[in-house]
Design a protein around this ligand. Structure first.
Ligand SMILES: [Zn+2]
Length: 259
C-alpha cells in the first residue's frame, strides 16, 4: 500500500469532485440535504395544482394550468432550485390531500422566504377555523399591528401556500368577500365548500350587520363564530359596530375576539 502525501491526497480529492454524477442523483442528494425543493402535481378543490416541499416543510402550493408555470412562479418567488418528483412519498401527498379536503393536520410549512410581518399574518390566518371568517382588520389587531390592515391584505395576496394556509377565510372589514389570489369567485367557492353561507354574509354587509349577540350571555361575536352559530333565533341580536354592542352592555367573545 502506497502512502499518499497530503498533496497527493488533495489532488485525488479534487479529481473525485470532478466526476459528474448523473443529474438526477445530484438532485436527489441536494433534495435530501434540503438545498432544493421538489414538487408534484396534486388535486385541489379548485382544480389541479402543484405542491413543493423541502426538508423544512411545504414551501408552495399553487393552482396553475401546468408544471412550467409553477416552476416559473417558484423560481421568480424563491430563487431556489426546484425539481419535479414523479414518485413522491405517498404518505406525505395523502396528508396534503387530506388537509386540502378539510382534515385538521399539523403540516410543516417552510415560510423562510417571507418577511416577519408576512409570516405573522399567515400564522394568524391559519388559526381561523374551517367554516369561519375574520376581517383583515382582525388579523392586523391580533398581530398587534392594528393600522396595518392594507399590508395584511397584501401579505395574504402573496401567500405562497393558499388553501392550506386559509387566506380565503379573511374578508373585507365591511363584510364583503373581497379579493383573492385565485379570484373572488374561487374565494366564494372555497368558503361555500367549508359551509359558509356567503350570500347571507353579503346580505349582512348590505345591511351593515357586523356582529351577532346573545341576549342570554350579553356576548357579541363575529357571525361565523361557532358560539354565535349556537344562538337561537329569539335570543339573537345584531350590531353594526363594536360601539353599539358595548353601549348595549355586550362584551366581546373571548373565542372569536371581535374587539
Ligand atoms: Zn365568538
Amino acid at each position: 500500500m502506497t502512502k499518499l502525501t497530503i498533496q497527493q491526497t488533495e489532488e485525488q480529492l479534487r479529481a473525485m469532485s470532478k466526476v459528474n454524477a448523473p443529474s438526477t442523483l445530484a438532485s436527489a442528494v441536494l433534495a435530501q440535504v434540503g438545498l432544493i425543493d421538489q414538487y408534484s402535481s396534486i388535486q385541489t378543490p379548485l382544480g389541479i395544482g402543484f405542491v413543493s416541499w423541502n426538508r423544512q416543510g411545504i414551501s408552495a402550493l399553487m393552482v396553475l394550468p401546468d408544471a412550467a408555470e409553477f416552476e416559473r412562479y417558484f423560481n421568480d418567488r424563491f430563487h431556489r432550485r426546484l425539481v419535479s418528483n414523479d414518485n413522491p412519498d405517498r404518505h406525505f401527498l395523502s396528508r396534503v390531500a387530506a388537509a386540502l379536503s378539510g382534515e385538521k393536520l399539523d403540516l410543516a410549512f417552510d415560510l423562510r422566504g417571507l418577511s416577519d410581518f408576512e409570516r405573522a399574518v399567515l400564522v394568524k390566518a391559519r388559526q381561523i377555523p374551517r367554516g369561519e371568517i375574520r376581517p383583515y382588520s382582525w388579523i392586523a389587531r391580533e398581530i398587534e399591528n392594528p393600522k396595518a390592515v392594507r399590508a395584511v391584505g397584501s401579505a395574504l395576496g402573496h401567500n405562497p401556500i393558499p388553501l392550506l394556509i386559509p387566506c380565503h377565510r379573511v374578508v373585507r372589514s365591511d363584510g364583503k368577500i373581497g379579493n383573492y389570489l385565485f379570484g373572488s369567485e374561487s374565494k366564494r367557492a372555497m368558503l361555500e365548500l367549508e359551509g359558509v353561507d356567503t350570500q347571507q354574509l353579503e346580505d349582512f354587509a348590505d345591511h351593515g350587520v357586523k356582529y351577532y349577540g346573545s341576549d342570554t350571555t350579553n356576548i357579541f361575536c363575529y357571525p361565523t363564530c361557532r358560539h354565535a352559530r349556537r344562538v337561537t333565533g329569539k335570543h339573537l341580536v345584531t350590531f353594526s359596530s363594536e360601539e353599539e354592542a358595548r353601549a348595549a352592555g355586550y362584551r366581546p367573545c373571548k373565542v372569536c375576539r371581535p374587539a
